[in-house]
Design a protein around this ligand. Structure first.
Ligand code: FES
Ligand code: FES
Length: 155
């Protein structure tokens, strides 16, 4: 076991983890942050996307020990106080970018990362940036509209 210390959603956390423990299972099983989903476990679907030091990563491709000393943001860390949704979450809600919702935390986190780097992406840039995230429900059209709306809202 290895002791790690990191910041998750603004809160300092310390834990003992196995060297082979994936970050996604550390978040879900040791910290109880089950908003980050596991769709494939093989870096294909993007459901497990979180921010690691501000950059989106698929947390099934990162070992928990690799996050030692880092800052992690999950979907639970986005909403502002008083239950107010983050502008990207609000845009997904308003543009009907959610059906079953399984992929949504990953899309939202990937979108937050995209808009940080490129606040007004074109449709082509949005589709390119989100190509690592898969949705089995919406057909992507409303997801792209949601990202465009979030950009307009200055997310
Ligand atoms: Fe990580 Fe699918 S669970 S990419
Ligand atoms: Fe169901 Fe995307 S909303 S998988």
């Amino acid at each position: 076991m290895t002791r790690i210390a990191l910041t998750v959603n603004g809160e300092g956390r310390e834990a003992e983890v196995q060297a082979r423990q994936l970050l996604v299972y550390f978040l879900r099983e040791q910290l109880g942050l089950t908003g980050t989903n596991v769709g494939c476990d093989t870096s294909s679907c993007g459901a497990c996307t979180v921010l690691l030091d501000g950059e989106s990563v698929k947390s099934c491709t990162v070992l928990a020990v690799q996050a030692d000393g880092s800052e992690v943001t999950t979907i639970e860390g986005l909403a502002r106080g008083g239950g107010e949704l983050h502008p990207v979450q609000q845009a997904f809600h308003e543009q009907h970018g959610v059906q079953c919702g399984y992929c949504t935390p990953g899309f939202v986190m990937a979108t937050v990362s995209l808009l940080k780097d490129n606040p007004r992406p074109s449709e082509a840039e949005i589709r390119h940036a989100l190509e690592g995230n898969l949705c089995r429900c919406t057909g992507y059209h409303n997801i792209v509209r949601a990202v465009e709306a979030a950009a307009r809202a200055g997310a």
